[in-house]
Design a protein around this ligand. Structure first.
Ligand SMILES: Cc1cc2nc3c(=O)[nH]c(=O)nc-3n(C[C@H](O)[C@H](O)[C@H](O)COP(=O)(O)O)c2cc1C
Length: 264
């Protein structure tokens, strides 16, 4: 199995050290090819906010740098680790720059069938918020989120260097990550998954003129088809939860139709 670790730390610090521990543990479990992307060493320019990726498609991004390399590595991977130090209560600027450049994935999710875990390393504050945000990114891009590791670690090269994993969830999360990728069991959908799919389906089916790239993407994937109930097949959905999601999205659809009618 191919694992890709995307490291948002600007130096060889605690985030890297913890990721290397995760690498060791995964390799002990067997059959693991492990690769790093150190964002600090990549040419990844900040998003200019031109909306080209949303409107015309990601190939229309005016920035030319290592983004495509990273995209290719994520496509190749079976599992991705998003790793960041907590800086000023959030992910590092490196990780945020990377996320912004891939923001179209929130509109056109694509990493279905791939698995993700997240790692955040802090001095003590902002850990939960950062992990929550990283989960939103992994979920929003289509990954199956397996778990998160939060760590309180004083800065390296200071007298208080020892890593303290408060809940010591590393073994548990790494084990689950390895098993998930090896077994590829159908993903059990929560109500929120059903709602997310039905709402996106409802909104995007009405965006042929306003957001044609998103519309085309959904259409090409077959996500507007009547018999489709989720983004991909390897899932265990629930009839009842899907009915609830359909009702909610129908109500939303009515509201959107009224708003569109007013525009005309
Ligand atoms: C610029 C900067 C901002 C930081 N902001 C926070 C913060 O908001 N909350 C916190 O708990 N720790 C904060 N820290 C401490 C780091 O999260 C902590 O030392 C972490 O272990 C660093 O990981 P690294 O060695 O991979 O950089 C900050 C450190 C730096 C350099």
């Amino acid at each position: 199995m191919k694992i890709l670790a995307i490291i948002g730390s600007p130096h060889k610090g605690n985030t890297l050290e913890k990721t290397q521990q995760i690498e060791d543990k995964l390799k002990q479990l067997g059959d693991v090819e492990f690769e790093y992307i150190h964002l600090k060493d990549m040419d990844i320019k900040p998003c200019k906010g031109c909306f080209m990726c949303f409107i015309k498609g990601e190939d229309s991004c005016p920035l030319h740098d290592d983004k495509e390399k990273i995209s290719h590595k994520m496509e190749e991977a079976d599992g991705v680790i998003f790793a960041t130090p907590v800086y000023s209560m959030h992910v590092s600027y490196l990780l945020k720059t990377f996320i912004d450049r891939f923001a179209y994935n929130f509109h056109r999710p694509r990493y279905f069938g791939k698995y993700a875990i997240t790692l955040a390393v802090s001095g003590g504050l902002g850990l939960d918020e950062t992990l929550k945000y990283l989960k939103m990114v992994a979920d929003g891009w289509g990954f199956e989120f397996v778990g998160q590791i939060g760590l309180v670690a004083p800065p390296k090269n200071t007298p208080m260097q020892k890593l303290i994993d408060m809940k010591d969830r590393t073994d548990n999360v790494v084990g689950k990550f390895h098993t998930a990728i090896k077994e590829k069991q159908p993903r059990k959908l929560a109500l929120s998954d059903h709602i997310n799919f039905r709402l996106m389906q409802t909104v995007y089916s009405r965006l042929e003129t306003m957001s044609p790239t998103d519309y085309r993407y959904f259409k090409e994937k077959g996500w507007f088809d009547n018999d489709v109930s989720y983004f991909y097949d390897n899932v265990r959905g629930s009839y009842l939860k899907d009915r609830i999601a359909r009702i909610m999205s129908w109500i939303m659809g009515q509201k959107i139709d009224k708003a569109i009618a007013k525009l005309k």
